[in-house]
Design a protein around this ligand. Structure first.
Ligand code: ACO
Length: 328
């Protein structure tokens, strides 16, 4: 760590947006060969939100972005970069991010989508931070938004009960820093991927391979087997890069796929369970949206405050995985 002056990407505000329709485990029992107990015990999920007519990834992303800007006390004209992390764009093209840009009335800067499935938000924060610290952008909207309900096979009970729709957004602004871990902003981020794991979690359609949208396919047990090791490896990298430890964290905000994966990862690295932000019960697995939805919930209820040290991490299709430490 140096003490040279530097630019940091500092969180100015977060916001979230969920579809209108909430679907409980009991609701699913009526159409899927499952039980509330099975879902709750194996995953910790009790509810998820499912997009209805007129609700798309871009409308949810725009709603979350507007709230994040309001929380930051900024108007849309401050924004010069929009990154939407999504595996479920409105259309094959143009990018969902450009739809959000138009909906917010922004005509300058750059907007693009980023595809890293459930790790998408960690990837997008990392990319936005690079734009900001190199001076290419001064104010970024980083959004995770998904409508996984549209790529689920509702006849496959091993996957359809696990996922939900939603969006979360974060405003990252350039601010001067000292280059130490006392600075506010993104302090470190670490991304990984290994494409050999495709068959464990993928969608069986796409514009070039099949000309269809396809459905999500997953061997849950195989994903589970790799998840804890991968995320704790990259979290360890984040601690090593900053000299911080689990005890220094105020909050651990993991990807919300499965409560058992979250708890096992935290336990392996000695993170106090009281520091874990969990929204998996409320939202299910919302892929790239899960971390910003959880961040927004914890900021809104007063848990995460300015100056707090927050670790985010995720693992998803690819496989992709990553972790970042942010001083709020
Ligand atoms: N309702 C009732 N029973 C079910 C259901 C269901 N919805 N789904 C499966 N079962 C049954 C199975 O048929 C099986 O029955 P059997 O023993 O008679 O064969 C039994 O439950 C156990 O099935 P498993 O797959 O072994 O259950 P497991 O304990 O592994 O839990 C789960 C499954 C929840 C999917 C778990 O493996 C998991 O969470 N994996 C990780 C998934 C994950 O995190 N995915 C997101 C990654 S991020 C991304 O990029 C999308």
């Amino acid at each position: 760590m140096t003490t040279d002056k530097c630019i940091r990407a500092v969180v100015a505000g977060v916001g979230s947006c969920l579809p209108v329709r909430r679907v409980t485990n009991a609701d699913l029992e009526k159409t899927v060969d499952t039980t509330s107990e099975w879902i709750a015990q194996r995953t910790g999920i009790h509810n998820r939100y499912i997009a209805g007519e007129g609700e798309t990834t871009s409308t949810l992303a725009t709603g979350a972005a507007a709230k994040a800007l309001a929380a930051a006390g900024l108007t849309a004209d401050a924004v010069d970069l929009i990154i939407v992390a999504t595996a479920t764009p409105d259309y094959t093209f143009p990018a969902t991010a450009t739809q959000v840009q138009a909906a917010l009335g922004i005509t300058r800067g750059a907007a693009f989508d980023l595809q890293a499935v459930c790790s998408g938000f960690v990837y997008a924060v990392t990319v936005a931070e690079k734009f900001i610290v190199t001076g290419s952008s001064t104010c970024a909207l980083v959004i995770g938004a998904e409508t996984f309900s549209r790529i689920l096979d509702w006849n496959d009970r091993t996957t359809c009960v696990l996922f939900g729709d939603g969006a979360g957004a974060m405003v990252l602004q350039a601010a001067p820093g000292t280059g130490t871990i006392a600075d506010r902003g993104v302090l470190t981020s670490h991304l990984r991927s290994d494409g050999r794991h495709r068959e464990k979690l993928y969608v069986d359609g796409g514009p070039s391979a099949t000309g269809t949208v396809g459905h999500l396919r997953m061997s849950g047990r195989e994903v589970f087997r790799h998840a804890v090791g991968m995320v704790t490896d990259v979290m360890t990298d984040a601690f090593a890069a900053t000299g911080l430890s689990a005890d220094d964290l105020d909050w651990f905000v993991p990807h919300q796929a499965n409560e058992r994966i979250i708890d096992a990862s935290a336990e392996k690295l000695g993170i106090d369970p009281a520091k874990i932000v969990k929204t998996v019960a409320l939202h299910g697995n919302t892929s790239a949206a899960s971390i910003p939805l959880a961040l927004a919930a914890a900021v809104e209820d007063g848990r995460i405050k300015a100056g707090d040290l927050v670790m985010i991490e995720a693992m998803g299709g690819g496989f992709t995985w990553g972790a970042a430490i942010i001083r709020w």
